[in-house]
Ligand binder design. Structure first.
Ligand SMILES: Cc1cc2nc3c(=O)[nH]c(=O)nc-3n(C[C@H](O)[C@H](O)[C@H](O)COP(=O)(O)O)c2cc1C
Length: 461
């Protein structure tokens, strides 16, 4: 066990400093009300500015958020170019790095067993929701049968000083672990980590097999083991450099009616019940800052889910389709429902095979578009152009009815939904003029790039 955390920064603080230096961090010194106003502030700025609000009514802790709100910010968090995000995530799954245990963790500089939840600046986000939600809680738990770890996100609605509702989809690994604990007659010990390094947050959203620990992928993404420390009231290991850790239990046998709650598509859902979670302690840094992820159809909520889902789909696709390129889960489907798969020189049948693989792999995926290697799948305008120029609707659209729907699916009806695949790849012989783009020859581009560089050397073309 190392005495002191060593190595690079594993908190959110480095990226906040970087964003500040780039002029992309809005620092708010005026007092902000956590009931709706804080949410409105984050909503107004969500796709442009990270926010740090230093004075929140009723709490001593400042808040921050809107960090991973586009692909460039995700690339910054991983310290790679945007084009390398997907390969970096895939590599982290192939070559995981186990955590290292440290003592003297910054996240345990303070410890409180009273008012565990009510001392936090937890926002009430949206008009029809029924309480304040912790939206950036990364849940850590260990399988009661196998001892293997899991990290994921789930919302917590604060119900009192030490009690909350946790809303987990029944197929998520945390829900499976909680049911296993209940079968043994026990609640599931878990920890809620707030404000870990964004690479750790991205790893938590990867779709892995039950028992594959996202914290090991996080180590690969950081380029060094995640420094973890033991919770004060349980054996759960948590990232030592995070801002807050809530230590508690999930009681899956105690359902609680939730009321309407926002979803990634920007509308409300009524999921019926969540389950009870109780908390014994909160630990935090001496100058802890509380993280907020603006829920609903807001940029960070979209990209934090979309980027890891896209990487997970690429892993599945590349087993069967060797010429698969980049896979995108676009903002047009709220970062969950719409997938674009790039295939280099697709062979007959590969487009439909790719669709079937995506639908089979992740239940939340609905609309799938297949594009050629020259189309950037993250560029929604380019994908729409491919659909309007390379696709014949009667031949290239595949509709499959009556597939099981994710419970969050906006058009879910009786647990079912129809799913659509668009093959927007060029078919040889479709146009007598071919698909060549109408552009000047490459030599002219080279000459004019050189000219522009002479006129304005700072510009990049
Ligand atoms: C910001 C954010 C909030 C999320 N909130 C929830 C939630 O409230 N309930 C839920 O079941 N999944 C939620 N998810 C999705 C899960 O965290 C995600 O599907 C995760 O990969 C599931 O973990 P597992 O693969 O270990 O089962 C959220 C994802 C993000 C990015």
């Amino acid at each position: 066990m190392a005495d002191q955390p060593a190595g690079s920064d594993q908190s959110c603080r480095t990226i906040l400093r970087q964003l500040d230096a780039m002029g992309e961090l809005l620092i708010v010194e005026e007092e902000v009300d956590p009931v709706y106003d804080l949410s409105a502030l984050f909503s107004l700025t969500h796709d442009r500015l990270a926010v740090q609000a230093n004075h929140i009514t009723g709490s001593n802790f400042p808040v921050f958020g809107n960090i991973l709100s586009d692909l460039d910010r995700v690339a910054m968090a991983l310290n790679v170019p945007s084009a390398a995000i997907q390969s970096t995530l895939l590599e982290s799954v192939k070559r995981p790095v186990p955590p290292v245990v440290v003592s003297n963790a910054p996240v345990q500089q303070q410890s409180f067993s009273e008012d565990v939840l009510t001392r936090l600046p937890v926002p009430t986000f949206f008009s029809k929701e029924t309480g304040p939600y912790i939206s950036a809680g990364m849940m850590i738990a260990f399988d009661p049968e196998t001892g293997l770890g899991n990290a994921s996100y789930a919302r917590l609605k604060v119900l009192g000083a030490s009690e909350a509702l946790i809303g987990i989809a029944p197929n998520h690994h945390l829900a499976i672990m909680a049911r296993k604990a209940a079968a043994l007659g026990k609640p599931l010990p878990f920890a809620v980590v707030i404000g870990a390094h964004p690479a750790i947050q991205l790893a938590a959203c990867l779709y892995l097999g039950l028992g594959d620990d996202e914290m090991h992928c996080a180590g690969a993404l950081l380029g060094e083991p995640v420094r973890v420390t033991k919770c004060q009231s349980s054996d759960i290991m948590v990232p030592a450099d995070a801002e807050f850790v809530l230590e508690g239990f999930i009681h899956p046998d105690t359902p609680i009616v939730e009321g309407l709650v926002s979803e990634y598509h920007g509308m409300y859902e009524d999921y019926g019940t969540g389950v009870r979670a109780t908390f014994e302690r909160v630990t935090c840094r001496s100058d802890a800052m509380f993280q907020i992820i603006e829920p609903g159809y807001h940029a960070e909520h979209i990209y934090l889910g979309a980027v890891p889902i896209a990487a997970s789909l690429k892993a599945q696709l590349s087993r069967a389709i060797l010429n698969v390129g980049e896979v995108a889960v676009t903002a047009s489907g709220s970062g969950r429902n719409n997938v674009v798969v790039q295939i280099h020189k697709p062979r007959p049948g590969q487009a439909r095979r790719a669709m079937v693989i995506c639908w089979g792999a992740v239940s939340i995926i609905k609309n799938i578009t297949i594009v050629d290697g020259d189309v950037d799948p993250w560029d929604i305008a380019a994908v729409e152009l491919a659909k309007s120029t390379r696709m014949r609707a009667e031949r290239d659209i595949l509709i499959i009815t009556d597939l099981p729907a994710d419970r969050s699916e906006p058009q879910e009806d009786g647990g079912m939904v129809a799913k659509v695949g668009y093959d927007a790849t060029c078919r040889p012989g479709d146009r007598k003029e071919g698909f060549d783009k109408a552009l000047p020859p490459p030599e002219s581009y080279d000459r004019m790039r050189a000219l522009l560089a002479r006129i304005d050397p700072a510009a990049v073309f």
